[in-house]
Design a protein around this ligand. Sequence first.
Ligand SMILES: C[S@@+](CC[C@H](N)C(=O)[O-])C[C@H]1O[C@@H](n2cnc3c(N)ncnc32)[C@H](O)[C@@H]1O
Length: 298
Amino acid sequence: MTTIYSKRLIEVDLPIKRISAHARREKSIRHGHISTLHIWWARRPLAACRAVTCAALWPDPVDELCPQEFRDRATALIMTFAKKAAYNSKICSDESYSRWQGLVKGRIELDADNPKHWNVLRYSLLDFIADFANWDNSTQEDYLETSRALTQVAHEALGGEPGTRPLVVDPFAGGGSIPLEALRVGADAFASDLNPVATLLNKVVLEYIPKYGKHLANGVRKWGQWVKEEAEKELATFYPNDSDGSKPVAYLWARTITCEGPGCGAEIPLMRSLWLSRKSKRSIALQIKVVSQTKNRI
Ligand SMILES: C[S@@+](CC[C@H](N)C(=O)[O-])C[C@H]1O[C@@H](n2cnc3c(N)ncnc32)[C@H](O)[C@@H]1O
């Protein structure tokens, strides 16, 4: 039996420069991003995962083995999206805006039955992917609707049973970027990891937050406060208030040596650096002071 395999978009092209720019910008996002939930080493940028997932799920229209059904339905979806983007430049980049305008105004022709136009569909899909990688568009309704419809159309045209969804499997899911993006673009996701912390992270991100939403957030807040209060009570004897009433939150531990200077004998902490924080807007350092000449303590 020979298997007919239609190349996916990711096998022919990907707007890497544009996707990377969005991935770099994503690092400064402080609201609604999974990295604010828990820091996981080596977590991949959501921008790149979203782009790669779409490009791996959608076939390349130029490939001669691409099902015509995909070309027809994807053309209709891209034209519907173009009509929205052509009148709302805020949701797309300058590069894509001229394409959407061209398609809507007829300057660029797109006929799914004409092989000479398949290239136009390929680069329209890649433009869509490049702009969808933008964090600002990750929850924008037109991108979500269009990407989910394209995923469904691709799945069915490639032989998936109508009504079912494609399954994205990530056995090394880590912080969960790939399964999260798979769900966003309309696929089902299976995530696993050897590390139980990663497994819990994936459960929270992929199952508990969608299922329990605000209720979960309120529970975490309530029980977090409880843990804080209980810990404060239990650890109070180790963190007595300072003489001025301020509350210590941490102690720095260091070996000490005695200064051998004539008549000195001060106890000096051996620390590599006195800096506690070195940030452009907020630098804090310890200052060593002699607090009592008689006892020679610093
Ligand atoms: C580079 S991280 C994955 C990062 C992930 N794509 C993300 O965006 O957060 C690789 C993951 O593979 C997991 N891993 C390593 N060896 C494994 C194994 N044999 N089976 C399952 N998971 C494994 C590690 O625990 C780690 O979480």
